[in-house]
Ligand binder design. Structure first.
Ligand SMILES: Cc1cc2nc3c(=O)[nH]c(=O)nc-3n(C[C@H](O)[C@H](O)[C@H](O)COP(=O)(O)O)c2cc1C
Length: 360
């Protein structure tokens, strides 16, 4: 099976082509990674590559309860325990650098969320006190944009100190970078808004800053051309995302593009966009990861047809810590339990069973 063949990703030799997709699990009280998280990731170290859950680059970048951060010394030390555990178990792990922008809420940090423009998303924010209407965000000034880029750079340096193998810039799913990319949330009239060249400027600034820390072969970017999450909208997603992919292709040190197919719970890709993976495959000429709704069989077909080089699995990795081994053995897969995706504690987190060891 192609899925179980090794793959060279920049300087890393991946033992298989399964990527554990980034998965927010809300198990980091006070935003500091802990030993339970180290256990969870180490259990999944047989993935070709793990991408960590989204980890906020600053306090204002947080949008959900108990998500981990990556900007303080305590968070650096917590992540170091995670990366040590993954490496000791033979794995490789990238940190997903995250800023939720207008999807945040003052509940988390006492301030107005920030965004490219003062446009509130539709819907409500999750807080432990219940759902609250999204607040109208503060539109970032040009100086503040420079500060946020600096926060991404700082977080990238913390990730380096915490011994991650690389970082993934979260530019997908309606969060801050995506808010800059798409016309529905970006009404700016300066050099960060309007034309597609301007709307992609923030992504390029962040990528340039992060590459300055990490260098070649260690930085990936996640995009979601299908839209549909967190009230995000674009008048011409095909043009927007083609342009973004072209720019990332030109930044030769970017090692992969991670494409989100239809988001969880949606009725499928936005009707105005084509299959996101097929759209961007010919444009971004290095490694392409495709994630979203894959089974082992459909992932294998995607690899056979050269639609992607690596395939990401989200929910299947939640439920199957030994997913590659199960696929190798044609073993039954555990079912993910949605009710424990975001709840505190070990249940539904580190207690999914691996296959029984085969008797010699
Ligand atoms: C519980 C859960 C948490 C998620 N958290 C993140 C996240 O932190 N960052 C991100 O980019 N995507 C996140 N996603 C999206 C997944 O990475 C993935 O794209 C999605 O689950 C579709 O893949 P699947 O069908 O294999 O589950 C999350 C999905 C789930 C189910």
């Amino acid at each position: 099976m192609l899925l179980l063949e090794s793959y060279r990703l920049g300087p890393l030799e991946l033992p298989n082509r399964l990527v554990m997709a980034p998965l927010t699990r809300n198990r980091a009280p006070s935003g500091v990674p802990n030993d339970m998280m180290a256990t969870y990731y180490a259990q999944r170290a047989s993935a070709g590559l793990i991408v960590s859950e989204g980890t906020q680059v600053a306090a204002l970048g947080q949008g959900y309860q108990d998500t981990p951060g990556i900007y303080s010394p305590q968070q650096r030390d917590g992540w170091r325990r995670v990366t040590d555990a993954v490496h000791a178990a033979g794995g490789r792990i990238f940190a997903q650098l995250w800023h939720v922008g207008r999807i945040s809420h003052s509940y988390y940090h006492g301030q107005r969320p920030v965004a490219p423009s003062a446009i509130a998303p539709t819907g409500k924010a999750y807080t432990p006190e219940g759902m609250k209407p999204y607040e109208t965000p503060h539109a970032l000034s040009r100086d503040e944009i420079i500060m946020v880029v600096e926060q991404f750079r700082h977080a990238a340096s913390i990730a380096l100190a915490a011994k991650f193998d690389g970082v993934e810039i979260h530019a997908a799913n309606g969060y801050l970078i995506d808010q800059f990319l798409q016309t529905g949330s970006n009404h700016r009239t300066d050099e960060y808004g309007g034309s597609v060249e301007n709307r992609t400027r923030f992504l390029v600034d962040v990528a340039t800053a992060v590459l300055g820390v990490w260098g070649a072969g260690r930085v990936g970017v996640r995009l979601s051309p299908g839209g549909g999450m967190n009230g995000i909208h674009d008048d011409d997603p095909v043009e927007t995302f083609r342009h973004a992919a072209r720019l990332l292709d030109e930044m030769e040190d970017i090692v992969y593009l991670h494409v989100v197919e239809a988001p969880v719970g949606s009725s499928g890709p936005d009707e105005r966009s084509v299959c996101a993976t097929e759209l961007l495959r010919p444009i971004f000429r290095r490694t392409l990861i495709s994630t979203g709704g894959y089974s082992p069989a459909s992932a294998e077909r995607a690899l056979e047809r050269h639609r992607a080089d690596l395939v990401g699995f989200g929910r299947l990795f939640i439920a199957n810590p030994d997913l590659p081994e199960r696929i190798r053995n044609g073993a039954q897969l555990n079912e993910p339990d949605q009710t424990t995706f975001y709840t505190p504690g070990e249940h539904g987190y580190i207690d999914y069973p691996s296959m029984e060891p085969v008797a010699a």
